[in-house]
Design a protein around this ligand. Structure first.
Ligand SMILES: Cc1cc2nc3c(=O)[nH]c(=O)nc-3n(C[C@H](O)[C@H](O)[C@H](O)COP(=O)(O)OP(=O)(O)OC[C@H]3O[C@@H](n4cnc5c(N)ncnc54)[C@H](O)[C@@H]3O)c2cc1C
Length: 409
């Protein structure tokens, strides 16, 4: 009988997993199941150029759609279909139609959804940004002069604030406990980014949170923790994410923050042993940081689905034929973001640094070119650079690679 691998989630992680399964020599069935109606598409432009100018929904999708690699043949897709439950011991999943499907192998790639602000008040007028439909709906609301409250100053909050300001909106950014992208960038670069936002008219409110929304049917204002009230027409809630793990409940393993995996991306059972035939990829996977010898964590960057699929797919194929996983280099995380046309690139694990050192330029002027190194002890564990040519980014990537032992798992 033909063996089947089910890939749960049809975004970048699901697509890359399917491609890597074929690359690893899997000749059996591959069935990718995804809740969204759309084939896999690229999310980063949703808070940048596509939010600014999406065109029609069809044009936006055409711009964003991934083209599967030619080598990835014979992949079946079931879109617009949610997986509601699973029994990993019996190797079955259940779909929202009630249908049950068997599998030999399973790839968990159901990613994240936006967290919501837990403040009382009307629901209407509050947006999030994860899907193409979210971006199209938010774009419709962003007219010149519209008063926009962006809550949360991580990547998506800062990017949406910058895009809304470039569309002529009056933007207030409610930063929360940390400054703009402070966790990945560190304090010095974060204040440089705040200056960039402020110079383009974004009103950055530091160290405050939203305690309530004002309005009857739709949000017309936000009450902040310092007692101030900001009048708004549109809210963007960008306060982090939750992992889509509900369909895995009942299998007796840890789902507190995504899905815990070993270094080969094999999902771990409650006793810490790999569950046979189950791997995870992308934003949902919590895996050990072997480069820095640190405990498992999730890495929510665009490169992660591809990096993890390259490890998980061969491990799954090997496991299904009774073989141990082959050695593979541990992924080196990387990210980028764009704020008013200034590209900020990060490589390594800046968020885990004990100390930062400026390598070139001035952190107060990120748009003019700057690079900051992130250290644990004397070891360089990451670099963030902004406003520099691509060749400098490659140089810093190499520095980080050279600084850490190339860990093989
Ligand atoms: C607006 C935005 C901007 C970004 N910008 C950048 C950037 O500039 N740089 C960068 O490095 N990264 C960026 N990222 C992050 C990057 O896009 C993600 O890391 C990447 O999309 C993760 O892919 P994934 O496949 O793991 O998860 P997801 O993209 O979350 O995909 C998971 C898929 O699974 C589906 N699903 C969930 N539950 C079920 C279920 N029960 N049954 C079936 N299907 C299900 C979901 O509908 C979804 O389609 C951005 C993300 C967003 C949202």
């Amino acid at each position: 009988m033909v063996q089947r691998i089910i890939v749960a989630g049809a975004s970048l992680g699901g697509l890359r997993a399917a491609e890597q399964l074929r690359a690893a020599g899997w000749t059996g069935e591959i069935l990718v199941i995804g809740e969204e109606e759309h084939p896999p598409y690229n999310r980063p432009p949703l808070s940048k150029d596509v939010l600014a100018a999406p065109g029609t929904p069809e044009e936006a999708l055409a711009k964003l759609a991934f083209r599967p690699r030619r080598s990835a043949t014979g992949i079946q897709w079931r879109l617009g279909t949610r997986i509601t439950a699973s029994n990993l011991a019996a190797r079955t999943i259940t779909l929202d139609s009630g249908e049950e499907l068997d599998f030999d192998g399973l790839v968990v790639a159901t990613g994240l959804r936006p967290a919501r602000v837990a403040a009382p008040g009307p629901r209407a007028g509050r947006h999030v940004l994860r899907s193409i439909d979210d971006a199209l709906a938010l774009h419709e609301a962003l007219r010149p002069g519209t008063r926009v409250g962006v809550i949360g100053s991580g990547f998506i909050g800062c990017e949406s604030a910058a895009t809304a300001a470039s569309l002529g909106c009056a933007v207030t950014l409610v930063e929360g406990r940390t400054g703009p992208m402070e966790r990945p960038l560190g304090h010095a670069l974060s204040s440089g980014v705040r200056d960039m936002l402020a110079q383009r008219g974004v009103d950055c409110r530091q160290a405050v949170s939203v305690v309530a929304y004002r309005g009857t049917e739709s949000c017309t204002g936000m009450e902040l923790s310092d007692g101030s009230v900001i009048d708004v027409d549109v809210i963007v809630e960008a306060v982090g994410s939750r992992a889509n793990v509900e369909w895995l409940q009942g299998n007796g393993f840890d789902l507190v923050d995504g899905v815990e995996c070993d270094s080969h991306l094999r999902v771990l059972g409650i006793a810490g042993q790999p569950i046979p035939g189950v791997v995870a990829v992308g934003d949902i996977a919590r895996y050990p940081d072997d480069r820095n010898g640190l405990p498992a964590r999730r890495v929510e960057h665009w490169a992660t689905p591809t990096d993890t699929a390259k490890i998980a797919a061969p491990a799954l194929v090997a496991g299904l034929s009774g073989q141990p996983p082959a050695e593979a280099p541990a992924p080196l995380p990387s990210f980028w973001t764009d704020i008013f046309g200034t590209r900020i690139n990060g490589v390594g694990s800046p968020a885990l640094a004990e100390e930062t050192r400026v390598l070139e330029g001035d952190p107060d002027r990120p748009h003019a070119g700057v690079a900051v190194g992130y250290y644990r002890g004397d070891t360089l564990i990451g670099v963030v650079n902004a406003g520099l040519p691509a060749s400098r980014n490659l140089h810093y990537r190499q520095l980080v690679l050279d600084a850490g032992a190339l860990v093989t798992i």
